[in-house]
Design a protein around this ligand. Structure first.
Ligand code: DGL
Length: 257
């Protein structure tokens, strides 16, 4: 392995959500070191403009490269992937940048139904982007894809709001699909797997999908192709940082791992 392989992998999100991806990364690539960056000064991403999220993500990656010499970047945020991954790949040529997108494909193909009804929960910005529209169109003839913008949900999860508040918002959000038979649910925002149990309770017959595992596997593939996997035989170390100087953030993040 060359020296670069020893460097850490950056995992970034607007806040705690990316931890739902980090836990898959730690399972698939346990001997890597990780810098987990929660951009809590800018959370929530999902109600900002695509241009703002692109600028913010470029700056965050510049910082992670300059201050932590990371060897790869995992954008563990569906919103930032949609808004910024293409720009970042062009700008940071030579650094593998792995993103996450709503897991529509497995939700359609592994639903167990021929023409499934698939509910896609994500931030308003993710669902309004061209990247999502074309993803949904790809599967639309074989499936009925229902996009559900979940404004405010990531913020409640981020704030550690009481379960009753989260359940009340879910009830309101799901009112538009009341009476619809849902076969699959896509958790298209990395914050939502942190409340998967609550969603599963409301839809006991639906299968639930998220892109965390796929992203971890893709990261392993990319690093392997580039000869950048760590050759350490010891468990890697995790450093948690955030942009708002919030001292409790690391502890809150580690609780979800
Ligand atoms: N966790 C992020 C995602 O996957 C966004 C949450 C936010 O709105 O900040 O889309």
């Amino acid at each position: 392995m060359n020296k670069i392989g020893k460097r850490p992998i950056a995992v970034l999100d607007s806040g705690l959500g990316g931890v739902s991806v980090l836990r898959h990364l730690m399972h698939e690539l346990p001997n890597e070191d990780y810098i987990y960056f929660g951009d809590t000064a800018n959370v929530p991403y999902g109600s900002k403009t695509s241009e703002d999220i692109c600028d913010i993500t470029v700056k965050n990656i510049e910082m992670l490269l300059a201050e932590y010499s990371v060897k790869a970047v995992v954008i563990a945020c569906n919103t930032a992937t949609g808004a910024a991954a293409a720009t970042c790949r062009a700008k940071f040529d030579g650094i593998p940048i792995i993103g996450i997108e709503p897991a529509v494909k497995p939700a359609v193909t592994q639903s167990g139904k021929e023409n499934p009804t698939v509910l896609v929960m994500a931030t308003p910005l993710t669902l309004s982007q061209e990247k999502f529209t074309s993803l949904a169109q790809k599967y639309n003839p074989n499936a009925s894809i229902i996009p559900l913008p979940c404004d405010g949900l990531a913020s409640l999860i981020e704030a550690g709001a009481p379960e009753s508040d989260i359940r009340a918002l879910l009830k309101k959000l799901f009112s538009s699909v009341e009476g619809t038979d849902i076969d699959s649910i896509v958790l298209g925002c990395t914050h939502y797997p942190l409340i998967e149990d609550m969603i599963a309770e409301i839809f006991p017959d639906a299968r639930i999908f998220d892109g965390g595992l796929g992203t971890a596997l893709q990261t392993r593939r990319r690093l392997s192709e580039l000869g950048l996997l760590s050759d350490s035989s010891e468990k890697g170390k995790i450093t948690v940082i955030n942009s708002a100087g919030d001292h409790s953030f690391a502890e809150r993040a580690m609780k979800h791992i």
